[in-house]
Design a binder for this molecule. Sequence first.
Ligand code: HEC
Length: 149
Amino acid sequence: MIRTVVVVGALLLGVGVVAAQQDKVKEAQDMMKANGKNLGGVLSPMFKGEKPYDQAAVDAALTQLDDTAKKLPTLFPASLKDAKWEGDFSPSPKIWEDKAGFDAKIASFAKVVSEAKAKIKDMDSLKANFPAIGKECGGCHETFRVKKG
Ligand code: HEC
């Protein structure tokens, strides 16, 4: 009897762990999708002159990127190593194998975003500072993100 309780308890615990893991996966994916929307849907069209410059939209986009930079250090805990990633991308195992390298990418992304927040005040400063942000996204993805399929 006690044994059954222990086994059922352990199974329930297992289910709880998997659910928590999937929550973390979703958190990371939602955050990255928001980055993509802000970069590709807000900043890039302004940079290319397809949309008029809009300081409020720029500030909101940069604030979200800054938020990502602050969350990135805890966005991929070791418990996600064997998690299931739906969709087109998954994290590379290098995130956990080369933690120092990953942390360095986060630090340089955080620096570029905070500089952009301080500097982007008009079209000229957007033009001057936007490319560096995109480079940071690509720089991390190149090593630490895997395209599936
Ligand atoms: C320090 C590393 C790092 C930085 C910086 C980074 N990303 Fe990512 N990104 C990842 C990893 C790892 C994944 C794969 C796991 C995931 O989807 O969360 C990813 C996934 C994505 C995805 C796919 C999400 C999905 O599931 O469809 C998009 C879109 C994305 N990133 C956009 C961006 C943009 C735009 C920036 C820059 C503003 C950026 N990322 C900066 C590491 C990074």
